[in-house]
Design a protein around this ligand. Structure first.
Ligand code: IPM
Ligand code: MN
Length: 351
């Protein structure tokens, strides 16, 4: 098989972790006889510095002409400290998601057995946790009308969802649940928000078409509690953009570190893969960030975009083996932690 992968390392620790993911994909390519070509592009603060634009036209072109996208992270302290700036790195990511129509963000929350004592939560609560959050990614408050009044002393952000937007992501979650334990929890705030009421109405109508799926609804405030109190009750969580953003950071605590979690953003055509962690600017260039989220994102790519199940599994098993030996970066290992590249090397040695 021959595939072209767009690589957008972005900011902070993005380049370091993406590098390890590339190593993993290359190694799998050698082992299974596939040819993967990597073409680099600019995004985020890195792109602003070079072009003035956080999502240059060439990057969009590269994404559209590639078979998959591997993305690192976005965000830079120099932009965080000044809220008045008009051009911001995050705009690059949001524009890319929107332009490429990446409406379903899939974030699997799996707890590796060897890391059950790394979570601040009790072992009994986190062991065996295995659920997937499907986060709607290109609607809601992230993309609604926002602004200020004339005087500038009042601001607003609006959340809007259409039936069509809800249906496409819900159908995706339904399909996913069918391949898993057939249970979907829709998380919303239907006791307050009209958008949430439309979500319930719409998902309920879809449900009628598939009798086997069990659908529950849960308010987001309760869900925030349930995720840490009894996370094993979840199989597939379906939720809107902002709730999904917040709840997946929370859920990452179950796994021991936010550095562990991969994601895929699915649209009509090309799929984007990225670790869910941010750019972690304080660690940038230090070779200490956890590359596993990025490496597992590569594993998702091989499966979802290229249908290479065994190859994908090989990466996953190599990560598992590495963790079982007690190896990891400093976010998950106290004694003798490995560097980013050392951990990557161990993982590819198992591939
Ligand atoms: C994420 C990130 C982004 C988001 C930021 C960087 C805009 O937090 O992918 O979860 O809020 O979606
Ligand atoms: Mn986030």
């Amino acid at each position: 098989m021959k595939k072209t992968i767009a690589v957008l390392p972005g900011d902070g620790v993005g380049p370091e972790v993406v590098n390890e993911a590339i190593k993993a994909i290359r190694t799998v390519g050698e082992k299974f006889n596939h040819k993967f070509e990597f073409v680099h592009g600019l995004i985020g603060a890195a792109a602003i510095d070079k072009t003035g634009n956080p999502y240059p036209k060439e990057t969009e072109k590269l994404c559209r002409s590639s078979d998959a996208i591997l993305f690192g992270a976005i965000g830079d302290l120099k932009y965080d400290s000044d809220p008045t700036l008009k051009v911001r790195p995050e705009q690059g990511l949001l524009k890319m998601r929107k332009n490429l129509g990446l409406y379903a963000n899939v974030r699997p929350i799996n707890v590796f057995e060897s890391l059950t004592d790394k979570s601040p939560l009790k072992k009994e609560i986190v062991e065996g946790v295995d659920f997937v959050v499907v986060r709607e990614l290109i609607g809601g408050i992230y993309f609604g009308k926002r602004g200020r009044n004339k005087k500038g002393d009042q601001a607003f952000d609006t959340s809007a969802y259409s039936r069509k937007e809800i249906i496409r992501v819900a159908e995706f979650a339904f399909k996913l649940a069918t391949r898993r334990n057939k249970k979907i929890t829709v998380i919303d705030k239907a006791n307050v928000l009209e958008t949430s009421r439309l979500w319930r109405e719409t998902v309920n109508e879809l449900k009628i078409k598939d009798e086997k799926l069990k659908i529950d609804y849960m308010y987001v405030d309760n869900a925030a509690m349930q995720i840490i109190k009894n996370p094993k009750q979840f199989d597939v969580i379906l939720t809107e953009n902002m709730f999904g953003d917040i709840l997946t950071d929370e859920a990452s605590v179950l796994t021991g570190s936010i550095g562990m979690l991969p994601s895929a953003s699915i649209g009509e055509k090309v799929i984007l893969y990225e670790p869910i962690h941010g750019s972690y600017p304080k660690a940038a260039g230090k070779n200490t960030a956890n590359p596993i989220g990025a490496i597992l994102s590569a594993a998702m790519m091989l499966d979802y975009s290229f249908g290479l199940k065994e190859e994908s599994r090989t990466i996953y098993e190599s990560v598992k083996k590495t963790l079982k030996r007690g190896l990891g970066t400093k976010d998950i290992i106290d004694k003798n932690p490995l560097s980013t590249s050392e951990l990557g090397n161990v993982i590819i040695s198992f591939i």
